[in-house]
Design a protein around this ligand. Sequence first.
Ligand code: FES
Length: 95
Amino acid sequence: MAKVKINNKTISVPVGVRFGEIHHDVEKAGIEFGCTDGQCGVCICTVKKGHECLSEVSEQEEETLWRIGEYEENRRLACQLVVVKEGCEIELETD
Ligand code: FES
């Protein structure tokens, strides 16, 4: 498990599971989801801490980020995030 702080609420997230698959838990911490599949852009967030613990930007995510004008450093689609390492501190923020 990894601790993920989202807008000052902390939740535990299993390593290796895409956030889109556990969106009910992540939503409780304040991130809104739409498609949960990297296409709508509703779940846009900023990674404040723990980049090295998160999966790389996928092709689908990159395409959507471009389309919605959010292809910038630290901007990610929360539904596409996967924690890839144990023991990291991750912090996300929504707009
Ligand atoms: S919920 Fe649609 S892109 Fe993340």
